[in-house]
Design a binder for this molecule. Structure first.
Ligand SMILES: O=C(O)C[C@@H](O)[C@H](O)C(=O)COP(=O)(O)O
Ligand SMILES: [Zn+2]
Length: 278
Protein backbone atom coordinates (compact mmCIF):
# COMPACT_ATOMS: atom_id res chain seq x y z
CA UNK A 1 0.00 0.00 0.00
CA UNK A 2 1.15 3.55 -0.74
CA UNK A 3 1.68 5.57 2.46
CA UNK A 4 2.83 9.01 3.50
CA UNK A 5 6.60 9.09 4.02
CA UNK A 6 6.25 11.06 7.26
CA UNK A 7 4.22 8.25 8.83
CA UNK A 8 6.81 5.75 7.68
CA UNK A 9 9.74 7.74 9.06
CA UNK A 10 8.05 8.53 12.36
CA UNK A 11 7.69 4.79 12.90
CA UNK A 12 11.33 4.27 11.90
CA UNK A 13 12.38 6.95 14.39
CA UNK A 14 10.43 5.26 17.18
CA UNK A 15 11.73 1.81 16.22
CA UNK A 16 15.34 3.03 15.70
CA UNK A 17 15.71 1.69 12.18
CA UNK A 18 15.99 3.37 8.78
CA UNK A 19 14.12 2.99 5.52
CA UNK A 20 15.99 2.67 2.22
CA UNK A 21 15.05 5.23 -0.43
CA UNK A 22 16.05 3.74 -3.78
CA UNK A 23 16.37 5.95 -6.84
CA UNK A 24 14.57 4.20 -9.67
CA UNK A 25 14.51 4.80 -13.41
CA UNK A 26 12.25 2.21 -14.97
CA UNK A 27 9.98 -0.75 -14.39
CA UNK A 28 12.83 -3.11 -13.47
CA UNK A 29 14.48 -0.88 -10.86
CA UNK A 30 11.08 -0.14 -9.26
CA UNK A 31 10.07 -3.82 -9.29
CA UNK A 32 13.38 -4.82 -7.73
CA UNK A 33 13.07 -2.24 -4.93
CA UNK A 34 9.52 -3.27 -4.06
CA UNK A 35 10.13 -7.00 -4.38
CA UNK A 36 13.27 -7.08 -2.21
CA UNK A 37 11.46 -5.05 0.45
CA UNK A 38 8.42 -7.33 0.33
CA UNK A 39 10.72 -10.35 0.74
CA UNK A 40 12.53 -8.72 3.67
CA UNK A 41 9.28 -7.42 5.21
CA UNK A 42 10.56 -3.84 5.32
CA UNK A 43 8.99 -0.55 4.20
CA UNK A 44 10.56 1.12 1.17
CA UNK A 45 10.73 4.55 -0.42
CA UNK A 46 10.69 4.78 -4.21
CA UNK A 47 12.52 7.94 -5.24
CA UNK A 48 12.49 9.76 -8.55
CA UNK A 49 14.75 12.79 -9.00
CA UNK A 50 13.51 16.00 -10.58
CA UNK A 51 16.36 15.82 -13.06
CA UNK A 52 14.67 12.81 -14.72
CA UNK A 53 11.41 14.69 -15.28
CA UNK A 54 12.28 15.64 -18.88
CA UNK A 55 12.55 11.98 -19.89
CA UNK A 56 9.99 10.30 -17.64
CA UNK A 57 6.18 10.25 -17.85
CA UNK A 58 5.83 11.43 -14.24
CA UNK A 59 2.07 10.78 -13.98
CA UNK A 60 2.39 7.35 -15.61
CA UNK A 61 5.30 6.54 -13.30
CA UNK A 62 3.30 7.52 -10.20
CA UNK A 63 0.32 5.41 -11.33
CA UNK A 64 2.65 2.44 -11.90
CA UNK A 65 4.21 2.71 -8.42
CA UNK A 66 0.77 3.09 -6.83
CA UNK A 67 -0.42 -0.08 -8.59
CA UNK A 68 2.70 -2.00 -7.54
CA UNK A 69 2.35 -0.76 -3.94
CA UNK A 70 -1.22 -2.04 -3.75
CA UNK A 71 -0.06 -5.58 -4.43
CA UNK A 72 2.38 -5.86 -1.52
CA UNK A 73 1.98 -6.04 2.23
CA UNK A 74 4.87 -3.72 3.11
CA UNK A 75 4.35 0.07 3.15
CA UNK A 76 5.67 1.84 0.05
CA UNK A 77 6.05 5.59 -0.34
CA UNK A 78 6.70 7.61 -3.47
CA UNK A 79 9.19 10.44 -3.09
CA UNK A 80 10.37 13.26 -5.31
CA UNK A 81 14.14 13.47 -4.78
CA UNK A 82 16.25 16.68 -5.08
CA UNK A 83 13.72 19.08 -6.57
CA UNK A 84 14.77 22.66 -7.19
CA UNK A 85 11.67 23.98 -8.96
CA UNK A 86 8.26 24.69 -7.43
CA UNK A 87 6.59 23.57 -10.70
CA UNK A 88 8.10 20.07 -10.41
CA UNK A 89 6.95 19.80 -6.82
CA UNK A 90 3.39 20.77 -7.71
CA UNK A 91 3.46 18.31 -10.60
CA UNK A 92 4.63 15.50 -8.31
CA UNK A 93 1.98 16.31 -5.70
CA UNK A 94 -0.73 16.27 -8.38
CA UNK A 95 0.62 12.98 -9.72
CA UNK A 96 0.25 11.33 -6.29
CA UNK A 97 3.77 11.42 -4.78
CA UNK A 98 3.55 11.06 -1.00
CA UNK A 99 6.60 13.21 -0.21
CA UNK A 100 8.85 15.71 -1.92
CA UNK A 101 12.37 16.98 -1.30
CA UNK A 102 12.89 20.66 -1.86
CA UNK A 103 16.64 21.16 -2.23
CA UNK A 104 17.47 24.76 -1.39
CA UNK A 105 20.96 23.87 -0.17
CA UNK A 106 22.65 26.19 -2.66
CA UNK A 107 20.97 29.22 -1.06
CA UNK A 108 21.94 31.00 2.15
CA UNK A 109 20.01 30.05 5.28
CA UNK A 110 17.53 32.91 5.07
CA UNK A 111 16.59 32.24 1.45
CA UNK A 112 16.52 28.47 1.98
CA UNK A 113 14.07 29.03 4.86
CA UNK A 114 11.90 31.33 2.75
CA UNK A 115 11.66 28.97 -0.25
CA UNK A 116 11.31 25.80 1.83
CA UNK A 117 8.54 27.34 3.94
CA UNK A 118 6.47 28.06 0.85
CA UNK A 119 6.90 24.48 -0.40
CA UNK A 120 5.95 23.07 3.01
CA UNK A 121 2.74 25.15 3.02
CA UNK A 122 1.78 23.93 -0.46
CA UNK A 123 2.66 20.27 0.21
CA UNK A 124 1.02 20.07 3.62
CA UNK A 125 -2.24 21.39 2.18
CA UNK A 126 -2.20 18.29 -0.05
CA UNK A 127 -1.18 15.94 2.79
CA UNK A 128 2.28 15.45 1.30
CA UNK A 129 5.36 15.51 3.52
CA UNK A 130 8.54 17.48 2.83
CA UNK A 131 12.26 16.85 3.12
CA UNK A 132 14.73 19.72 2.91
CA UNK A 133 18.49 20.12 3.14
CA UNK A 134 20.87 22.51 4.78
CA UNK A 135 24.58 22.16 4.34
CA UNK A 136 25.61 20.44 1.15
CA UNK A 137 26.52 16.88 0.11
CA UNK A 138 29.63 16.70 -2.11
CA UNK A 139 29.89 14.46 -5.17
CA UNK A 140 32.19 11.43 -5.23
CA UNK A 141 32.87 8.94 -8.03
CA UNK A 142 30.37 7.37 -10.46
CA UNK A 143 27.56 9.78 -9.58
CA UNK A 144 25.96 12.22 -11.97
CA UNK A 145 24.30 14.15 -9.15
CA UNK A 146 24.90 17.93 -8.96
CA UNK A 147 28.20 18.95 -7.35
CA UNK A 148 27.76 20.13 -3.74
CA UNK A 149 30.48 22.00 -1.88
CA UNK A 150 30.44 19.61 1.09
CA UNK A 151 29.61 22.25 3.73
CA UNK A 152 28.56 20.37 6.85
CA UNK A 153 25.22 21.13 8.53
CA UNK A 154 25.42 23.56 11.43
CA UNK A 155 23.19 22.29 14.30
CA UNK A 156 22.02 25.76 15.37
CA UNK A 157 21.08 26.66 11.79
CA UNK A 158 19.30 23.30 11.49
CA UNK A 159 17.31 24.09 14.64
CA UNK A 160 16.20 27.49 13.31
CA UNK A 161 15.49 26.00 9.87
CA UNK A 162 13.20 23.28 11.20
CA UNK A 163 11.38 25.63 13.57
CA UNK A 164 10.74 28.20 10.85
CA UNK A 165 9.88 25.92 7.94
CA UNK A 166 7.94 23.13 9.70
CA UNK A 167 9.68 20.65 7.40
CA UNK A 168 8.99 16.95 8.15
CA UNK A 169 12.45 15.42 7.76
CA UNK A 170 15.87 16.89 7.20
CA UNK A 171 18.83 15.90 5.05
CA UNK A 172 21.92 16.49 7.18
CA UNK A 173 25.31 16.96 5.55
CA UNK A 174 27.77 15.08 7.77
CA UNK A 175 30.48 14.17 5.25
CA UNK A 176 28.78 11.48 3.16
CA UNK A 177 29.06 11.97 -0.61
CA UNK A 178 26.80 11.31 -3.58
CA UNK A 179 28.45 8.37 -5.36
CA UNK A 180 31.42 6.32 -4.24
CA UNK A 181 34.05 7.80 -1.89
CA UNK A 182 37.30 8.82 -3.57
CA UNK A 183 39.32 8.21 -0.39
CA UNK A 184 38.53 7.21 3.18
CA UNK A 185 35.02 8.36 4.14
CA UNK A 186 35.18 11.13 6.76
CA UNK A 187 31.78 11.08 8.37
CA UNK A 188 31.15 13.26 11.38
CA UNK A 189 28.93 11.19 13.66
CA UNK A 190 29.45 13.54 16.61
CA UNK A 191 27.96 16.30 14.46
CA UNK A 192 25.03 14.05 13.58
CA UNK A 193 24.30 13.59 17.28
CA UNK A 194 24.28 17.36 17.79
CA UNK A 195 21.93 17.84 14.82
CA UNK A 196 19.55 15.21 16.16
CA UNK A 197 19.51 16.89 19.57
CA UNK A 198 18.87 20.26 17.93
CA UNK A 199 16.01 19.28 15.62
CA UNK A 200 14.17 16.19 16.92
CA UNK A 201 12.66 15.28 13.51
CA UNK A 202 13.71 12.24 11.42
CA UNK A 203 17.05 12.78 9.66
CA UNK A 204 18.02 11.68 6.16
CA UNK A 205 21.40 10.45 4.97
CA UNK A 206 22.16 11.21 1.33
CA UNK A 207 24.97 9.26 -0.26
CA UNK A 208 24.25 5.76 1.06
CA UNK A 209 26.47 4.12 -1.58
CA UNK A 210 29.92 3.16 -0.34
CA UNK A 211 29.19 4.30 3.21
CA UNK A 212 30.65 1.66 5.54
CA UNK A 213 28.07 -0.63 7.17
CA UNK A 214 29.28 0.24 10.68
CA UNK A 215 28.87 3.96 9.96
CA UNK A 216 25.35 3.41 8.66
CA UNK A 217 24.43 1.42 11.77
CA UNK A 218 25.83 4.11 14.08
CA UNK A 219 24.14 6.87 12.04
CA UNK A 220 20.79 5.08 12.51
CA UNK A 221 21.37 4.97 16.27
CA UNK A 222 21.99 8.72 16.10
CA UNK A 223 18.78 9.65 14.29
CA UNK A 224 19.05 8.70 10.61
CA UNK A 225 15.67 7.29 9.54
CA UNK A 226 16.02 7.37 5.73
CA UNK A 227 19.08 6.38 3.69
CA UNK A 228 19.20 7.35 0.02
CA UNK A 229 20.79 4.78 -2.28
CA UNK A 230 21.50 5.27 -5.95
CA UNK A 231 25.04 4.71 -7.24
CA UNK A 232 25.69 1.18 -5.94
CA UNK A 233 22.46 -0.04 -7.55
CA UNK A 234 23.25 1.73 -10.80
CA UNK A 235 26.76 0.22 -10.82
CA UNK A 236 25.38 -3.31 -10.38
CA UNK A 237 22.97 -2.84 -13.29
CA UNK A 238 25.51 -1.22 -15.60
CA UNK A 239 28.14 -3.81 -14.80
CA UNK A 240 25.67 -6.56 -15.79
CA UNK A 241 24.92 -4.74 -19.06
CA UNK A 242 28.65 -4.35 -19.77
CA UNK A 243 29.14 -8.07 -19.34
CA UNK A 244 26.33 -8.69 -21.84
CA UNK A 245 27.99 -6.43 -24.39
CA UNK A 246 31.41 -8.00 -23.84
CA UNK A 247 29.94 -11.45 -24.45
CA UNK A 248 28.55 -10.08 -27.73
CA UNK A 249 25.45 -12.21 -27.39
CA UNK A 250 22.44 -11.13 -29.35
CA UNK A 251 20.13 -11.81 -26.41
CA UNK A 252 16.55 -10.59 -26.46
CA UNK A 253 15.80 -7.34 -24.62
CA UNK A 254 13.25 -9.11 -22.41
CA UNK A 255 15.96 -11.49 -21.15
CA UNK A 256 18.48 -8.72 -20.64
CA UNK A 257 16.05 -6.60 -18.63
CA UNK A 258 14.95 -9.52 -16.45
CA UNK A 259 18.57 -10.49 -15.76
CA UNK A 260 19.53 -6.88 -15.09
CA UNK A 261 16.80 -6.72 -12.47
CA UNK A 262 18.16 -9.87 -10.84
CA UNK A 263 21.66 -8.39 -10.89
CA UNK A 264 20.70 -5.36 -8.83
CA UNK A 265 18.57 -7.18 -6.28
CA UNK A 266 21.51 -8.36 -4.07
CA UNK A 267 22.67 -4.77 -3.59
CA UNK A 268 19.18 -3.60 -2.65
CA UNK A 269 18.73 -6.59 -0.34
CA UNK A 270 22.00 -5.75 1.40
CA UNK A 271 20.71 -2.24 2.16
CA UNK A 272 17.20 -3.19 3.29
CA UNK A 273 18.58 -5.82 5.66
CA UNK A 274 21.31 -3.57 7.02
CA UNK A 275 19.02 -0.60 7.64
CA UNK A 276 16.16 -2.51 9.19
CA UNK A 277 18.17 -4.55 11.70
CA UNK A 278 18.89 -3.22 15.18
O1 LIG B 1 21.73 10.86 -7.92
C1 LIG B 1 20.53 11.13 -7.73
O2 LIG B 1 19.77 11.49 -8.63
C2 LIG B 1 19.93 10.98 -6.36
C3 LIG B 1 20.92 10.91 -5.22
O3 LIG B 1 21.42 12.21 -4.95
C4 LIG B 1 20.25 10.40 -3.92
O4 LIG B 1 19.47 11.42 -3.33
C5 LIG B 1 21.32 9.96 -3.00
O5 LIG B 1 21.64 10.64 -2.06
C6 LIG B 1 21.98 8.69 -3.32
O6 LIG B 1 23.35 8.69 -3.02
P1 LIG B 1 24.34 7.57 -3.62
O7 LIG B 1 23.81 6.26 -3.17
O8 LIG B 1 25.66 7.87 -3.00
O9 LIG B 1 24.35 7.71 -5.08
ZN1 LIG C 1 20.91 12.92 -2.71
Amino acid sequence: MLVNTKEMLTQAQQGQYAVAAFNVYNLETAQAAIQVSERAGTPVIIALGERYFPTVDVEGFAAMIKAMAEKVKVPVSLHLDHAYEKESIIRAIRAGFTSVMYDGSKYDLEQNILFTKEIVEIAHMAGVSVEAEIGSVARGAFSDEEEGDGTLTDPESAKAFVAETNVDFLAAAIGTVHGMYKGEPKIDLALLEKIREAVGIPLVLHGGSGTPDAVLKKAIELGICKVNVNTEVSMAAVSYLQTCIEKQQMAHLSTIMAEMQQALEPVMTKFVRLLSKK
